[in-house]
Each structure stands twice: as C-alpha cells, then as structure tokens.
Design a protein around this ligand. Structure first.
Ligand code: AMP
Ligand code: MG
Length: 487
C-alpha cells in the first residue's frame, strides 16, 4: 500500500511534445471535498483506501496541489460529431495529469475532468458539474463490475465553485483512470491536418505501448487495427447484451483501447426498448440503443480512413468486415448465457429475437426479467414471469420453445442453473432514477446515497443485505428522465 506522495510517474504521452498536448495547470475548486472514492480503483494505484479521507486527497484531485512529477497536459484531437467532422476538439475541461505505474507494472493515466479552461475549451467554461461527475463515476465503476471494458474512476471531488448550466450548479472534478486517453479522434486530427510525421509518431506510440504483441505480426499496424475492431465488437456486444446506451458515440469519444469512454447522457435500459434514445439532444436517434451496433462500424471506418497512410485500403476493408460477425458471435454467446444455456444451437438467435420483441411490446424490465428467470427452474420461472406480458399467447409460445431448449441443453440441476445465471444476470443496475436520487442528495450535501449506490453496483451480481431498493423497477417518473449533453 502506498501513500499519496509515493506514486511513481512516467509521463510518456507528455514526452511526445507540444504538437500533441499543451501544458496547462488545473484551476482549483473552492472548498474541495470528497464526494465518493472507489476502493477498487484506489487499488489499481496501490493506494491505501484510507488516504481518500485525508484533506490532501481532496486538494490533489480538486486542483489545488500537484505532485512534483506530474505534468498536466491538455490533449489535442478532433472527431466526427453526429456524423459531421469537427476539425479541432481536445481536452476542453480535462487534463492528463500524468501516467502512474503500479507495483504490477501497469500504468494508469490520471485524467482530471473539470479542471478548468484549456486552449481547447472553445465556448465552454472548462468545468464539470457535480451531477455529471457523479454520473461518470458511477457508470465507470458499474460497467467495470459488470465485466464491460471501461475507463475507471478514482473519485469525485465536490466544491462551492458556482458553475452555470441551465441553472446555477456546483463545480466538481472526477479523476478518471485508463491505460490511455487516446481516442479515434487523435488519429483523425493528424490525418486531416496533414501532419504525417506526427501521425506516424502517434501510431508508433500506440503500437509500442498499447499493442506491443502486434509488433510480432508481419503487418503490425494492420494487426493493431484488427485488434481494435475486435475489441470494439466485443465491447458493443456487451453494451447490447446488458442494455447500456452510450448516447454520444462521436469518434472523439471512442477509445483506441476499445473501452467505454467519455460518459455523457448514457443510460441503462429500464423497460426493453430497441429504439431507446438516451440523449435528449439526439433528435434523429443516431445513437439510439439498436443503432449502436452499426455506429460502432461507422466509427471504425472513420478510424480506418485516418489510418490509410499506414495500411492499404483493401486490408482495412477486410479488417472492418470482421466487425459484424464478431459482434454477433459475442452477443449471442452472452445472451445464451443470460438465458442459462450452456450449449449452442442454430435457432438460438431467433429465440433471443422473439423474446426481445415480446419484451418490447410489453415494456418488460430488461434487467429484472433475466434475473428472475434464473431464480427458479425454467418452467416455474416462465409461469411467474408470464404476468408481465401483454401478448400472453405470444409469450406462452416462446415459453414452450424455451423450456424445450432448456431440456435439450441438458443441465437441469436447479442449484447450478441459478448460480450460473445469477453470475451473468445482475440484480443491481445503474438506472437513471437511482443516479438521479443520489445526485439530488449529493447536491444538498448528503453524499451517503452516492456511496451506497456505488457499493451496491460494485457487486451487481451478488444479492446484498439492505440494498433491496436498488433492485426494483423504476417508479413512473424515473422512466422519463431527460438527460442532455449539458454537463
Ligand atoms: P463531450 O460532449 O463531453 O465529449 O465534449 C465534446 C468536446 O467539448 C470536447 O472537446 C470537450 O473537451 C469539450 N467540452 C465539453 N464541455 C466543456 C466545457 N464545459 N468546457 C470546455 N470544453 C468542454
Ligand atoms: Mg468527449
């Protein structure tokens, strides 16, 4: 266990120089205080969880203090936003403080979001509000606990600093951790500004530090792109299987590591709805729940375009062709497991599709359906779940097929079925209304609810005493919350 002043820095991105990022100091928040910290994330830095409660912790992550070895930098990138190219974006309110090595030899970027104005702030104020910082914190740690690749969050620091959005709010900072903060948009920036030397340097950097195994391949850059395609296919399959809607899949929000990144108006589905749009500002539904799959491919194509200086167009196209079949294989594998199946049959895909259509038509709670399906034998569970469906004849027909499929699967020990299914079907999910309740309490100075919710979500598959309120269907108001980009 380390104390805060014992972290070991090695700032590899900063060393790429001024063409890639700009030195900027964090702008401190007034009266910084700890809102919530993640013990699991603290462990990634070998930090003793107790240090989160010390005043110096809030000072460091509230922008007042810096380690001597830190080199805070705002990164430059660009990206396609809602399908159109924006030539210059960048860290407008976040700073890469430095890269820290842990005892296992892993390195973690420390990225402080809400740290004030930078050369890339455009019209923004460089700040993040408490509401969005809590949402990013909870989502990062909840996704990780579900087994969905994501950036991590160490803590949220609240303050007295006023920040104006639609109304006056309070400024906050979230300390984000990832092995890299490089986005698809970094490659697009150097491609479209026609800076081949820097682009080559960036590609070398990513290959050497993040895809070293691709070095051994005959075409290292192609191998790296293929790996990025594979990771995205798997990540998005997990989003779809667990009902996660990212909301702003712009290429500047897509990580080069294939992890969920840059949380805004995200949501987990309550009722199953394939057409759900979580971002109130997404009028055309470009990033609706089911569109995430083709948009994943669209984003990879945008990255492929930026990699044309290194890889032939034919090879890029071939690699892009891997995306959809890989996505489908991962998705089906997960959905089979969510249904308790241990074998594969050709008709499993239509079995899943028919179920989702029935759930869609009846507004069935996506998370609780699967959890309850595993509570009992297939026959008892479907008999109990039947009441949630409007099209009873349709559900009965599906239930017969499901029971027959479970019988063919052959693993009919009920104890094992429950264990197997509960291990992949969460009881606790980050529902918008739960986040909203925790935010409302935090805005009035009570951080206990955020901390409790975080605790429940950090073990989403395990039933925890006293956490029943997080395993309910949302109240009616909770289903229609409008979350915009303003954060
Ligand atoms: P986002 O929608 O959060 O991914 O942000 C898109 C771009 O706008 C990024 O370049 C951000 O750094 C920038 N940005 C978002 N909010 C602010 C803000 N309050 N101040 C400055 N820049 C911002
Ligand atoms: Mg962003």
């Amino acid at each position: 266990m380390k104390a805060l002043d014992e972290l070991t820095f090695d700032n590899r991105f900063a060393r790429l120089g001024d063409a890639f990022s700009t030195h900027v100091l964090p702008e401190p928040l007034d009266a910084p205080r700890l809102v919530v910290a993640s013990n699991a994330a603290m462990a990634l830095l070998d930090l003793d969880p107790a240090v989160a409660e010390t005043p110096v912790f809030a000072e460091l992550f509230g922008g007042h203090k810096l380690w001597a070895e830190a080199e805070p930098r705002a990164m430059v990138y660009s990206g396609h936003q809602f399908g159109g190219y924006t030539p210059q974006l960048g860290d407008g309110r976040g700073l890469l403080l430095g890269e820290v090595y842990n005892q296992a030899g892993e390195h973690w970027d420390l990225h402080l979001k809400g740290a004030g104005m930078t050369p890339y702030s455009r019209m923004g104020d460089g700040r993040a509000v408490l509401r969005s910082s809590i949402r990013e914190f909870l989502a990062s740690e909840a996704l990780h606990a579900l087994g969905i690749p994501s950036s991590r969050a160490l803590c949220v620091i609240g303050s007295d600093t006023p920040v104006w959005r639609e109304k006056q709010e309070r400024g906050a900072m979230v300390l984000r951790l990832a092995h890299s903060h490089i986005r698809f948009g970094h490659f697009e920036y150097f491609y479209y500004t026609k800076k081949p030397e820097q682009q080559a340097e960036l590609a070398e950097h990513v290959l050497n530090l993040h895809y070293p195994e691709c070095r051994e391949q005959p075409e290292p850059y192609l191998a790296m792109f293929r790996e990025i395609v594979e990771r995205n296919a798997e990540m998005i399959a997990k989003w779809q299987a667990y009902g996660f809607c990212h909301g702003v899949m712009n290429t500047d929000n897509m990580s080069i590591l294939g992890i969920t990144f840059d949380f805004g108006p995200f949501a987990f589905l309550d009722d199953f709805d394939a057409h759900f749009i979580c971002n109130h500002s997404d009028h055309e539904g470009r990033y609706s729940f089911s569109n995430q799959v083709p948009i994943g491919q669209w984003n990879l194509s945008a990255l492929a375009q930026a990699l044309t200086p290194f890889i032939s167009v034919d090879a890029l196209k071939e690699a892009l062709g891997l995306y959809l079949p890989l996505y489908q294989a991962h998705y089906l594998d997960l959905m089979r497991r969510r249904l308790g199946l241990t074998t594969a049959e050709d008709d499993d895909q239509p079995l899943v599709e028919r179920l989702l259509k029935l759930m869609q038509n009846s507004g069935v709670d996506y998370t609780l359906f699967f959890r309850r399906l595993g509570d009992e034998s297939a026959a008892l569970a479907v008999a109990r779940l039947r009441d949630d469906f409007v099209d009873l004849a349709g559900f009965d027909a599906w239930a017969e097929q499901y029971k027959a499929r479970v019988a063919r699967d052959g693993n009919d020990n009920q104890e094992q079925r429950r264990e197997r299914m509960h291990a992949v079907n969460p009881l606790y999910i980050l529902r918008n209304y739960l986040a909203q309740n925790a935010i409302a309490a935090a805005e009035s100075g009570d951080y206990s609810e955020v901390r409790r919710l975080h605790e429940a979500l950090s073990k989403p598959f395990e039933e925890q005493a006293g956490m029943e309120q997080y395993a309910q269907r949302p109240p009616d108001w909770g289903k229609h919350l409008e979350i915009s980009c303003s954060s």
